[in-house]
Design a protein. Structure first.
Length: 95
């Protein structure tokens, strides 16, 4: 399975390490919640970096999205990913 991560924070790093440890699963792309010229996560894990979720979903053939972004953005991001037919994993319970 190919995963994209939204959020370059501690949870995003933990998700990425965990997914990459599973056979036949790999995080391949990231769109950071904190925009930086050089994203340490993108460099460390050789991820393609995108400026936003829409760009990532249009450019990558993903099976799932891991949301480790700001909680207030989760609802909109979940809807976007589900509309594309992707599995969604969120770092917080949906309220």
């Amino acid at each position: 399975m190919r995963f994209g991560v939204v959020g370059n924070n501690l949870y995003g790093q933990m998700f990425t390490r965990g997914v990459n440890a599973i056979k036949d699963c790999q995080v391949v792309a990231i769109c950071p919640d904190i925009e930086e010229d050089i994203d340490p996560m993108a460099v460390e894990y050789s991820l393609t970096k995108y400026k936003d979720l829409q760009s990532m979903l249009q450019s990558e053939a993903l099976d799932a999205v891991l949301l480790a972004s700001v909680t207030s953005h989760h609802t909109q991001q979940i809807i976007i990913a589900l509309d594309k037919g992707l599995h969604v994993i969120v770092d917080r319970p949906v309220t």
